[in-house]
Design a protein around this ligand. Sequence first.
Ligand code: NAX
Ligand code: ADP
Ligand code: K
Length: 494
Amino acid sequence: MRSAYSVETVRAAERELMARLPEGALMQRAAAGLAAACAQVLGRTAGRVYGSRVVLLVGSGDNGGDALYAGARLAKRGAGVTAVLTAPEKAHSGGLAALRRAGGREATTAEALASRLIDAADLVVDGIVGIGGHGGLRGSAAPLAERAAAAGAAVIAVDLPSGVEADTGEVRGPAVRADLTVTFGTHKAALLIDPAREHAGAVRLVDIGLDPWLPERPELEALQHADVARLLPRPGAESDKYRRGVVGIAAGSTRYPGAAVLAVAGALRGGAGAVRYAGPAGDAVLARYPETLVSDGGPRRAGRVQAWVVGPGAGDDADTVAEVLDVAGEADVPVLIDADGLRLADPDVVRSRTAPTLLTPHAGEAAALLGVDRAEVESARLAAARELAERYRATVLLKGATTLVAAPSGRDGTAPVRVNPTGTPWLATAGSGDVLSGLAGSLLASGLSARDAGSVGAYLHGLAARRGAVGAPLAAQDIASAVPDAWRDIASGS
Ligand SMILES: NC(=O)C1=CN([C@@H]2O[C@H](COP(=O)(O)OP(=O)(O)OC[C@H]3O[C@@H](n4cnc5c(N)ncnc54)[C@H](O)[C@@H]3O)[C@@H](O)[C@H]2O)[C@@H](O)CC1
Ligand SMILES: Nc1ncnc2c1ncn2[C@@H]1O[C@H](COP(=O)(O)OP(=O)(O)O)[C@@H](O)[C@H]1O
Ligand SMILES: [K+]
């Protein structure tokens, strides 16, 4: 599991740790890890550290201090290091002294912008601002970040790419774009959630000994193979198709029969023992998947299921959505509501459900439910997912460049929001969401909680797209077909 903690929590843990260490020890741990990463990158870009050209962008806080101490270590190994100080009078004094002792130089922002210093660098280290930052880059920091982006040099961000919001992943103004971010102690939300995540590049976590001081429950968590492997349903010796779980799919319409086929395609790969289909696209479903149990009489006559999926390709069929909510309410089984179903479902009925509900909107659908612009949801995904989960008292899987799964708060607080690490832009293909709804619904039917079904579903879905799209586009059906490969990879730990 990869975890991310809030700035407040990180600072509290750092205080505990620092109280037990000699002064400055923590920063030296950070700087040592940072310098090692810089040396590795210089090995690739400049051939070696000795003789390479390194520019440090140094702000007014400890983030700049990390950069200065790391710069001093590189200067001792023969790199030509210049620190560009955005606020010379406030730069970290100990770090600056160390850099000077090691033979490093200093420049003002004006000098750096008037010369080719940044353009000629092999490596730019962004120590402008870390977890102490708020809002986009201000003052002279913004043009420096722009210049670094235009230059050919590799950019390493210290702790976070400067200018992003650490706790939310929002980017509200100019921000550094890094090739690598070296972060300390724990991940932060900005390193996992777009749009900030895109600014971070690859992320390397440096252990500074913070773990014992971090609380058990993080703000965010990203499942890894081993976590998903533990959650994947596996039939036991005594299993039969009913015990493995039956998922009911109420999707598609005469206008959109394909959505039904794709949702069934996902459901057949999700671990349920059987897939029932109730809707007007039964012929299309059977033609492609003869193993589906098709019923002509609507959800009420479909037979028992352990979870329902409703909404993909539903068009304006509000009756079916209401019927599924009724039937699932009577049987007290989980429901996954996707696509058109999100618009058609009665919010009061959803809120008052006692069995788990999983809503799977993309940003446009989430925006419509929240009554805001799509851009607002895309720029602040974490807040949108949390808000929807509270409003609907349901687990929300917010799809997109970063897929998040947020559960509503319960008696013992709020579970960490899950971030899916396997997403790939290849998923952005029509019908891919329909496959995900069937897949996650199938996992719900096999007994996973809404939070686990959503996050395991998204994980498999993303991995399947990566498996299926090796250098070429793939269609939604291909994602479904690649799910067994992804499942095997996870189960075998490869
Ligand atoms: N606290 C600790 O023990 C440790 C902290 N470390 C480093 O210290 C950092 C936090 O240091 P600080 O608390 O000093 O804060 P930062 O260095 O992150 O930033 C604070 C400074 O940045 C300025 N600033 C804020 N937003 C800005 C913006 N948008 N544009 C331009 N300037 C802006 C503020 O005026 C303030 O002077 C971490 O990110 C990490 O790099 C590490 O050395 C590990 C140990
Ligand atoms: N840029 C992206 N990066 C990663 N995943 C993406 C991106 N864009 C879309 N996706 C994923 O693709 C799927 C699209 O689902 P959805 O929008 O419901 O499509 P459709 O309605 O066509 O089925 C979701 O799983 C979403 O998370
Ligand atoms: K930084």
